[in-house]
Design a protein around this ligand. Structure first.
Ligand code: HMG
Ligand code: MG
Length: 300
């Protein structure tokens, strides 16, 4: 049986906008977050406290959080990426509700993304976990490349399971399984989940599927069947750089919501408000929503 309730973690303001080639203003980012909250999303990955040299699009993280905090919607958790203690301290000072550390299941991706090996990254997360515990802030763990790596190709399910178990043992409350390049399909995602579920219960796992090859909704369905009830998604399918051929965003939040509605699964999200938000932000960025559901709904 499928879960009766699913929590959607909206990652558009972070995973989506981190890839945006044009600068997006602090006002637009904060308005996006507010509209998402008004649409019923209760967990919003709002920004990232990462090195501005690595990801210039997130250099305004403290300003975005300040603006978001000035008009908070009750019951909404604002979570942010924190790759190290420096990022954590800045995030805590900015008034976030939750932080996330991010590792990878592939060594090459770890080096390119966070400039260290997988083992070094986990060691670097330890003080973040300790400081977060002190500050009573929950920590989520991400694993990138759970199905494939852009530099190494296929990734072994066992490698994903090992890192998931280590992140949970370190104190992460949940591990989000990232199909970074969207190369997974229901067969490979199922095999990966089987390995991870042997080490970590479904209640502590989330699916984070990019839709590059159009398999994300199918991958969510097999994940639901495996008992997973938390999914990351990005409104309007934000993400992916127009100058990087082949790159694409997370599965669109409105596509996930449509799937959940069809399956009778409660998320607390309002589809029409979400579609309006997808249309609004896509227009701000000078494009059309990269989802199936937004154009279909808007054409009705
Ligand atoms: P590094 O260069 O090895 O770091 O980068 P460092 O400790 O040697 O410091 C170098 C400089 O960066 C110093 O400044 C630090 O102060 C500064 P300098 O003294 O030279 O002027 N610095 C920072 N500044 C602001 N905030 C910080 C911070 N840390 C150091 N937190 C580091 C290592 C991890 C910092 C860097 O590689 C980094 O920021 N990487 C982040 C990359 C990133 O954000 N990628 C996208 C998010 S992950 C993702 O999208 C995948 C996911 O969606 C799941 C999936 O789909 O797979 C989550
Ligand atoms: Mg991602």
């Amino acid at each position: 049986t499928l879960p009766s309730r699913v929590r959607i973690v909206e990652v558009g303001p972070r995973d989506g906008l981190q890839n945006e080639p044009l600068p997006v203003s602090v006002e637009t980012k904060a308005e996006l977050v507010a509209r998402l909250a008004d649409a019923g999303l209760t967990t919003i990955e709002t920004t990232a406290f990462v090195s501005p040299r690595w990801v210039p699009q997130m250099a305004d993280a403290a300003k975005v959080m300040a603006r978001v905090n000035a008009s908070r919607r009750p019951g909404v958790r604002h979570t942010v990426l924190t790759p190290n203690l420096k990022g954590f301290e800045a995030a805590r000072a900015a008034g976030v509700d939750e932080v996330a550390v991010f590792a990878a299941a592939s060594e090459s991706f770890s080096q390119r993304n966070i400039n260290c090996s997988i083992d070094e990254s986990l060691t670097r997360f330890e003080p973040v976990l300790a400081a977060a515990r002190e500050a009573s802030l929950p920590v989520r763990g991400y694993i990138s490349c759970v199905a494939g790596c852009p530099y190494e190709g296929a990734v072994a399910p066992r490698a994903v399971a090992d890192i998931a178990a280590r992140l949970i043992a370190m104190g992460c409350f949940e591990v989000s399984l990232g199909d970074t390049i969207g190369s997974g399909n229901p067969a490979t995602i199922r095999a990966m989940l089987d390995a991870v579920l042997a080490r970590v219960p479904a209640a502590q796992l989330a699916g984070h599927y990019h839709d590059t090859w159009g398999m994300a909704i199918a991958n969510i369905l097999v994940s639901l069947e495996a008992g997973i009830a938390v999914f990351d998604a990005s409104v309007g399918g934000l993400g992916g750089c127009p100058y990087a051929p082949g790159a694409s965003g997370n599965v669109a939040t409105e596509d996930v919501q449509w799937l959940m509605q069809g399956l009778g699964i409660d998320t607390g999200v309002d589809l029409d408000a979400l579609v309006d938000t997808a249309a609004w932000i896509s227009n701000e960025l000078g494009r059309r929503p990269a989802s199936r559901v937004a154009p279909a709904r808007l054409a009705q």
